[in-house]
Structures are given as C-alpha cells and as structure tokens.
Design a protein around this ligand. Structure first.
Ligand code: ATP
Length: 497
C-alpha cells in the first residue's frame, strides 16, 4: 500500500496572496480538472522557478497521478523523496498549479517504489508537453554563491549568533578574521576553513555568523549549515531508504557547506566515507567549506586520515581559552543587552570585573552566570553586587577554582594504588601497573581538557592510541566491575576536593 504524504497549503502563503478559493483564475474542479498535459506545462514553469539542478533532482522524477477533491496527487519514488519534496517544493508546485488555473487546494504525494528509474535520470529534460525553458543564469563563477537556500536541509540559525554579537579578543582574533573573510564570499582562499577549540569558546557562534552574513550578502546563495550528527543522520536515512542519489544531489549542489562538530563522525566509517566524497566534490568545484571541531584534525584519533589531511589543506585556526579581557568584553556586551531587556536591574561597580577574574572557564559558563544573576536580581529586586555574585554563583566560582593537572592525577593515582610514579610512566605491562596507568589515562581525559597526544606524552611518551585504548578499557570495566567504578569515583573526588 502506498504511503501518503499529505501537504496542506501553508497559512499566509498562497492564500495570503490570492486567497486560494477566491482567486479569479482558480476554476473549480469540475470546471478544469488537470490533465497530464497541463502538468507538463506547469513543469516548464517550475523549471524556471526552481532552477535546473532542483528541477532534475526533485521535480522531474515526480509523476502526476490525478486531481480529485481539489487535491493534485503525485507519485514519488521513495519516502525520503516524498518528504523532501513535500517540505521544500510543495508551495511552489501548488502556486504554479493555481497560476495555471487549476482548481487545487493541496498536493499529495504517494510513494510508488517502481518510479526509481526516473529518479535516477538526473539529466532528464522536461516532458515534451513542457517547452524546455531557458535555464536562468544562476551560476556565477566558481567560488561565488548562487541560488535558493530554502530547499536545503540545514539546521536553524540562532538569530543572536552574528558578527555584531561576537566579542573579539586576543584568543579569538584570528578565528574571527578568518570567519569574516569567508563571510565576504569573494575568492575561496581558505578551503576548508577549519575552526577548532574547547567547549563554549564560540565555534558555533562564528559558524552561524558566517552563514548570516553570507545570506545577507548573497540572498540567493545555497548555504548549508548543519551539525556532523545531522549529516550522519541524513546519510543513514538515505541509506535505509535506498535514496543515496538524492542525498548526494543535495549535498553536492551547495555553494557553501558548513559542518559543525565534525568530531562526531570520527570513527563512523561509512559516514566518513560519504563525507570525504562530498568534501572532495565540493572542493573540486571551488565551493567553500567551513568545518568546526573540538580538536585539531591531527588530534582526532578516529578521523579518517584522508579527511584529516584534507582538512589540514585549508586554514586551520583555533579559538584559544579565554583571557580576562575577552571575558570582561563578553560580560559587558551581554550585560548591556540584558539591561536593555530589564531596565530596572542595577549592577554595582566592579561586579563584571570580579566575574571576569573569577570565572575563568569558557564563555558559555560566563554567559550562563550572567543570565542567572539577572534572573535572581529581577526576582528579589536587588542590585547585583559582588556579595550577590558570591552567593548566587558559589558553585561556578568553586568549580573554576578547582583545576586538576596531569601531574596531580599521576601523583594521586600512584598514591592510591601504592605504586611509584616511575612505574606508571614506565613500560611495564604487569597488571598491577597497567591498570593504574589506564586509570590515570581515564582521569586525565575526563577531568582535564588535555588531548590524547598530550596525555600520552605525559605518561611516558606512549602512542596516543594507547591512551585511547586505556580510556575505553576503564569505561568498559566500570560498567562490569564495581571495584574499578569505585576506584574511579574515589579518585575523582580526591582530585576535585
Ligand atoms: N566571542 C564571543 N562573543 C560573544 N559571545 C560568545 C563569544 N564566544 C562564545 N560566545 C557565546 O558563548 C556561547 C557558547 O558558544 P558556542 O556555542 O559558539 O561554543 P562552541 O565553541 O561551539 O561550543 P561547543 O564545542 O560546546 O559546541 C554562545 O552563547 C555564544 O554566543
């Protein structure tokens, strides 16, 4: 039985323009109906409206079935295809049907698997009934940006993540400058631009800022921003629905591809493979790629070496941990915005400086601390003072005070297991030494932001994959061996005390 994907006209869409029912061109179903020939004519108009790429990929494969009950019914080859067309092209199809005088209020897609052959025919021209329209010149030179963003499956952009709201300081000035350059959308000089840094330092903010800026400068550009997780999800879905052609078509037809948190696909072999091919296809066409990750490509242990090396070919810039000036700048900027929203809130002198001094973690935490303070001050109707900060943010201030170093981890672990430090950094594989060493690796990875290679160096210059293995081993053991789980918990408490 065919799956039905019903699409209703959007509120305020076509109705708002011509008020569907009252549009003088809209004849009743009895009056006109719709034939395959009319559909052929509408297809010709759709080709002009959506551009050749979209047309061949999404409109050409759909087959008109019939019109009844003011519903134009089409066949589509797969579920994925149906949802895609319904989400992205139903409005434009409906609009053109109405313009052609068809009495129609909705379009509906039903999956008919046998249609696949047509879907694969990427270069098919519109049917004979539709005079082949001139393809609009929507392809500027490689490197520039081109048509239509609405049909892309990207993530939603945060309206607050703009360049105007991004505070620049020493730790992020290079990343900011590179992002600005890419957002100008001129020559593709840094390809890819790879932004990396620890949590909450502004990678996503900068990615969104680039996308907003490009959208403003080039409204027609096809900019696709999504997380690596979404990329994987879409790829897996396309595999499941045997619709990888459509997937490739989407991802290879963009002008700018932006993938956030690329570390997510490290170790996911088929997704990496697809990502690699997408990446290459776009680079070859001179399309801009922007990627973010939590580490430098070389430090992503499970990232396919070919991808890592590709990523290195562009510009790799990191967002450094914050410094006092940057934190203060962010606090001042965010406080200004918060004061505009809550004009009755007062902040005592020295509060922001105190916070910038004492909260030395990432910007997300700094921002969260300020939000919490404003909410509190608003609630109790008191001025924000340093005492209020100490009271209200005691947990954040405490956790910032606590900084665990690799040296402390090694020392505490050795004391706990009663072994010598030379043993833990040495080469012995005896269980009595190897297990504490793995525990130290695990603690280093979970309590500090050190990378695998850094931990490996500290623990006697071993290979970073040994550390990766050690961390995994302890994680595995913790779920089956309560003694190991207890050891880890006690050590964590000792180190964080
Ligand atoms: N330089 C900055 N100026 C203003 N706000 C910033 C700046 N850097 C980060 N922020 C804010 O800090 C918060 C965290 O930033 P963001 O989500 O971009 O971090 P991230 O590096 O992507 O973190 P994660 O690795 O956890 O995804 C956001 O609300 C962002 O607006």
């Amino acid at each position: 039985m065919a799956t039905r994907i019903v699409v209703l006209p959007p509120a305020g869409g076509i109705g708002a323009k011509g008020s569907l029912g009252r549009d003088p061109r809209t004849r009743t179903e009895d009056g006109t109906g719709m034939t395959h020939e009319t559909w052929g004519q509408v297809r010709g108009e759709l080709l002009k409206a959506v551009g050749e790429n979209n047309f061949t990929a999404w409109i050409d494969p759909i087959v008109f079935d019939r019109l009844d009950d003011r519903t134009a019914r089409f066949h589509v080859p797969t579920n994925f295809f149906g949802s895609w067309v319904s989400q992205n092209f139903s409005d434009v199809i409906l609009r053109h049907l109405v313009s052609a005088g068809i009495g129609v209020d909705r379009v509906e897609f039903a999956v008919v698997p046998g249609l696949r052959a047509r879907a694969g025919n990427a270069n098919a021209a519109p049917s004979d009934a539709a005079p082949r329209a001139e393809v609009p010149a929507d392809r500027p030179a490689a490197g520039a940006v081109r048509t239509g963003t609405q049909d892309l499956p990207g993530a939603t952009l945060n309206p607050g993540y703009t360049f105007e709201n991004f505070v620049v300081g020493k730790p992020n000035e290079l990343a900011h400058a590179a992002a600005r350059r890419v957002a100008e959308g001129r020559d593709v000089t840094f390809n890819p631009l790879f932004l990396y840094g620890g949590v909450g330092l502004g990678k996503t903010h900068l990615m969104h800022a680039i996308a907003w800026e490009l959208r403003t400068r080039f409204p027609e550009a096809r900019i696709l921003y999504l997380s690596a997780e979404q990329f994987m999800y879409r790829f897996v879905r396309a595999l499941r629905e045997q619709d990888t052609m459509a997937f490739k078509q989407i991802f290879r037809s963009v002008d700018v591809l932006m993938v956030d948190d690329v570390q997510f696909i490290a170790g996911k072999s088929s997704t990496q493979e697809e990502f690699f091919h997408t990446f290459n296809a776009l680079v070859e066409e001179g399309k801009q790629i922007v990627i973010s990750g939590d580490r430098a490509p070389v430090d992503m242990e499970e990232l396919d070496a070919r991808i890592a090396s590709r990523l290195q070919c562009g510009l790799v810039v990191d967002l450094h941990p914050t410094d006092y000036e940057l934190r203060l700048g962010v606090l001042q900027h965010k406080a200004e915005q918060a004061l505009a929203r809550n004009p009755h809130v007062r902040i005592s002198e020295g509060v922001l400086e105190f916070m910038a001094q004492r909260i030395s973690t990432n910007i997300r935490v700094v921002e969260g601390a300020l939000t919490r303070l404003f909410a509190f001050a608003d609630l109790v109707r008191r001025e924000i003072t340093i005492e209020m900060v100490q009271d209200c943010l005691s947990d954040i201030l405490r956790s910032t005070d606590r900084k665990v170093t690799l040296d402390q981890i090694i020392k505490t672990t050795c004391d706990y297991y009663n072994i010598r430090q030379a043993d833990i950094t040495g080469s012995s594989r005896a269980r009595a030494v190897a297990r504490p060493r793995q525990m130290a690796m695990y603690l280093s990875k979970t309590l500090t932001s050190r990378s695998y290679p850094e931990i490996a160096r500290k623990l006697g210059g071993r290979d970073h994959t040994t550390v990766l293995y050690g961390v995994r081993k302890i994680e595995e053991l913790m779920s089956v061996d309560s003694q190991i789980a207890e050891d880890a918990e006690i050590l964590r408490r000792m180190l964080e005390a």
